[in-house]
Ligand binder design. Structure first.
Ligand code: PEP
Length: 253
């Protein structure tokens, strides 16, 4: 893993009211308070960001959002800007999650604009890419990822992308219980890192963290984390319980 700090990120999706989110975040802060040399993030729904930000303040748990809109402000009913997320206490933002691509018309172009907005406001983008089952079966995984990555980061400088985090999330493994094997994950992560090497140079390719996402749970995290190019996990279902998520954070124990 070279010198990349492991990163365990939880995506709570459309789960938890404010009080439920505050409770879970409070439990998590206690359970991971001795976690060292690891970055931890939770991304609650927008409505819970501010109250959860108070709970995680001063702890090793950072706050992330699940989406943003690229304009700074304006008549865009229902949307949230990156500056608003920063003001709510966010450090990270998940961009281009496959559920947003699948259900809300997210494209590589909108993902690119959102990454630009996050960078402008010093939010760290967690940029999600991944192939569908059909694409994997037709051996299109690498070409799909090549296009998603190139279009997503098009137009940014190496300075812009210094803090970028990439999440490889095969669509067929999200919420399905089917995890990519550690060697399948490593094969793709290695491919992504070699792409980054060609596009952004060796320094950034070595420092950008690539997370795996797709049915990560306490029983499979250790094996995934032994892979040299897997730097952490983006976790959906298993992040909703503080106890289960804390086991992922403590995967080395
Ligand atoms: C996700 O939504 O990013 C995800 C990986 O979900 P799950 O862990 O539930 O498969």
């Amino acid at each position: 893993m070279e010198n990349r700090k492991p990163f365990i990120a939880g995506n709570w999706k459309m789960f938890k009211t404010c009080s439920e989110a505050v409770n879970t975040a409070g439990q998590l802060v206690k359970l991971v308070k001795h976690a060292n040399d690891i970055d931890v993030m939770i991304a609650p729904p927008f409505t819970a960001l501010v109250p959860v930000s108070d709970v995680v303040k001063g702890s090793c748990v950072s706050l992330g959002a699940q989406n943003l809109f690229w304009e700074d402000e304006g008549a865009y009913t229902g949307e949230i800007s990156s500056a608003m997320l920063v003001s709510a206490g966010c450090k990270y933002v998940i961009i281009g999650h496959s559920e947003r691509r699948q259900y809300f018309g997210e494209t590589d172009e909108t993902v690119n604009k959102k990454i630009g907005s996050a960078i402008k406001d010093d939010l760290i983008p967690i940029f999600c890419v991944g192939e569908s089952e059909k694409e994997r079966e037709s051996k299109a995984t690498f070409s799909v990822l090549d296009k998603q990555v190139k279009r997503g980061i098009e137009g940014f400088s190496t300075d812009d992308l210094e803090a970028l985090v990439i999440a490889y999330e095969p669509v067929w493994a999200i919420g399905t219980g089917k995890t990519a094997t550690s060697s399948q994950a490593q094969e793709v992560h290695q491919f992504l890192r070699s792409m980054l090497d060609k596009i952004l140079g060796n320094m950034l390719a070595k420092s950008i963290r690539i997370l795996y996402g797709g049915s990560v749970k306490p029983s499979n995290i250790k094996e995934l984390m032994t892979m040299p190019d897997v730097d952490g996990a983006l976790v959906g279902g298993a992040s909703l319980s503080a106890e289960t998520f804390s086991k992922l954070v403590h995967y080395q124990v």
